[in-house]
Write a protein that binds this ligand. Sequence first.
Ligand SMILES: Cc1cc2nc3c(=O)[nH]c(=O)nc-3n(C[C@H](O)[C@H](O)[C@H](O)COP(=O)(O)O)c2cc1C
Ligand code: SF4
Ligand code: SF4
Length: 280
Amino acid sequence: MKKEIYYFSGTGNSLVVARNIAEKIDAKLTPISSVIDKENIEIDADVIGIIFPFYYLNSTGMPLIISRFIKKLTNISKKYIFAVCTYGGSPYLVIKNLSKIIESSGGKLAAGFGVHMPQCAFKKPFENKKKILDKTEKKVDIICEYITSQKKGRYETDNIFVRLIVVLIRPIAIKEGLKSFKKLAKLPDSSNLSFEELILLSDNSYYTDEKCNGCGICSKICPVNNIKIINNKPVWQNHCENCLACFNWCPKEAIHGGIAPNEYKYHHPDVKLSDMLRQN
Ligand SMILES: Cc1cc2nc3c(=O)[nH]c(=O)nc-3n(C[C@H](O)[C@H](O)[C@H](O)COP(=O)(O)O)c2cc1C
Ligand code: SF4
Ligand code: SF4
């Protein structure tokens, strides 16, 4: 039985989960960014895994590239499809949202899991990264056991306590999200662009300081080729996924702006720059 895992990752959390699952279930590992430019994506495997980070509590909960990827899939009606979302605080309803997109593409999500990982976008108070990372392997084992026996029906979400908190803070996240992304996109409050359109333009807020030496790593690491090096400096191209890869992997820490605070840099400790560069 052929198995293939497609992943997207900016700071390595989802890559580690994808890598570990692929190794345990003997699946081929493919970065979504390497196939996304195709018109249609036909997958010659019986089992398909989709692994990605949770983005935007105020929206669908998934990077824009994930829905683009699913909409391009063809002939998926007979496949066993599973998904894993890595998240820093809550996976909310992302698995349910994902299942709807898969259904509209003619497939069915057999199972969806959430894996709690360190928060990559801001310093979370009281977060114990080591403790969180120590639990990854156990969770990966549970997922692999479920997939290997081809079980169906598990759609993971928050426990009831977290769910209640999320329900309370989500309206604020929706209002503030729109406001802050207009700011990142450098558009006035009166702009009518949707949140999804603003995400693509959020790279308008990125800039570099004098430490930038024009090495081009940011351009090579960007999973959606959104950075051109012009006159030895990165120039963002306004189709940003907001994955924070350029910001976190710049060896000179020369990139500023974006959604993450300047002083907070993160990538998964088991992931090297060379692993990330393979995404393209
Ligand atoms: C743009 C962006 C938005 C995020 N939004 C959320 C969020 O709303 N809730 C959450 O739990 N984590 C959020 N996170 C954190 C990531 O989901 C988490 O750290 C994930 O494991 C990162 O995966 P990666 O290292 O594979 O990119 C966000 C991260 C980014 C970059
Ligand atoms: S990775 Fe950093 S130092 Fe290299 S070109 Fe990009 S911004 Fe400049
Ligand atoms: S420009 Fe930076 S944040 Fe945007 S998609 Fe590329 S690497 Fe990610």
